[in-house]
Design a protein around this ligand. Sequence first.
Ligand SMILES: O=C(O)CC1=CCC(=O)O1
Length: 266
Amino acid sequence: MKIARLSSADIHWCEDGDPQGVPVVFANSLGTDLRLWDKVIELMPKQGLRLIRFDKRGHGLSSCPPGPYSMEDLVEDTRELLKVAGVHSCIFVGLSIGGMIGQLLASRQPSLVQGLVLSNTGAKMGEAAMWQERISSIRAGGIDALADAILERWFSGKFRQSDECLAWRHMLTRTPVEGYIGCCEAIAGTDLTASTSKLDLSVIGIGGADDLASPPELVRNTAALVAGSRYVEIAAAGHLPCVEQPHQFAGHLMTFFKEDLHVTKV
Ligand SMILES: O=C(O)CC1=CCC(=O)O1
């Protein structure tokens, strides 16, 4: 367990695998912490890859600075964290808001991102009015009031019957309200269509067939903004395929790393 004391937040992070390996940085979605990647990390080779995860501000064990946050704030935290970790170039795996952070990081500092995995994300996610409505509901009733609706977007029907689903619900509802709302505000103010269209790097989009938060078409269209990108879709998965279908998710990562990014020694 490590804490990076950055200029405007303390960011909790950890690493697995090979300290000398190719850095792979995983960025989580709204209302989740770095445990989002536990199953995928378990399945990744531990030789040749340095697997870095972190809790964005207002989530997990990171600090929760007062909001509102902007996407630029979240990208700056990530940039500073990578500096602390001694990472000069990485493969960035971002899910949902994590994928927005990855897109903006790659356009602000292209040398830092050699390949980008856009999981269940978009260049723009929903309309600002929808996010303001969510913020008002949470200010009025807490995250708990919206938890069932959020879980319907996160997971396919079968998974929602499982005991494990309860644990994800607890993770969601324990997210600090100010951190959650701060990130909603960041998403509401973000449209990366123009900057993502100018990216020049290897990209794969990963969609979940049952994703109601970032439907497959959004992910496919976002990946398609980048010339030469690929798109894959995972069946029987909602917004968090790394949780519901970790074997398939890890398999797609490894294919992308080997075939598109020519990562060897894994
Ligand atoms: O909570 C949701 O609706 C799913 C989601 C949207 C952005 C994000 O990071 O997660």
